[in-house]
Design a protein around this ligand. Sequence first.
Ligand SMILES: Cc1ncc(C[n+]2csc(CCOP(=O)(O)OP(=O)(O)O)c2C)c(N)n1
Ligand SMILES: [Mg+2]
Length: 190
Amino acid sequence: MMSRLDALKILYKYTENIPVISSCGNTSREWASLGRRDNHLYMVDTMGLTPSVAIGVSLTLRKKGFKKCIGIEGDGGILMNPNSLASASYLNPGKWLLIVFDNECFASTGGQCSLASRIDISRVAEGFNLKAIQTDNVEDFERAVLESIEEEGPIVIHAKISPENHKTSFINDDPAVLAYKFTSFIRDEQ
Ligand SMILES: Cc1ncc(C[n+]2csc(CCOP(=O)(O)OP(=O)(O)O)c2C)c(N)n1
Ligand SMILES: [Mg+2]
């Protein structure tokens, strides 16, 4: 099965100029370990909120050149904030692409079992009338990312991943500085 880092490496290839908001814990750490970019907002501690933040950013980007705004969330995070799926469906942000890494556990805090072991997140997204693509290997994940970047959203990629974490360093930057870099990048882009 694909690991979180395998999937992030694929995503990294296609997001040099796409705003990406990554969830807390190991996701942001592994994402940052691939190389920091100002168009990537590394969230610190805000579990479950990347889909919501990405909705807001997607709506502000309607008239900008970016093809998408991507949020990355975990299964634990999305099931803590499923309301973000209802909001995405209702507000219909065309540039919103949510990637849910589903390892059926809270991997970043020790691998405790999450609700996802008994809930199919693709079906939850579809229940909110969102397009959902489920993947469990690198080839399908890459294809889903490439197709979704080109297609009008909102779209959810539900990526099943293995529960392992890769050893990475903590992100100790001031969150205000991380947010400032990200908003400056978006503001300066025509
Ligand atoms: C509101 C809140 N509760 C708990 C935490 C602690 N915490 C950080 S990451 C994490 C696990 C997240 O699980 P999941 O979203 O499935 O991501 P994974 O680590 O499995 O990739 C937890 C419990 C937090 N940061 N915020
Ligand atoms: Mg998880």
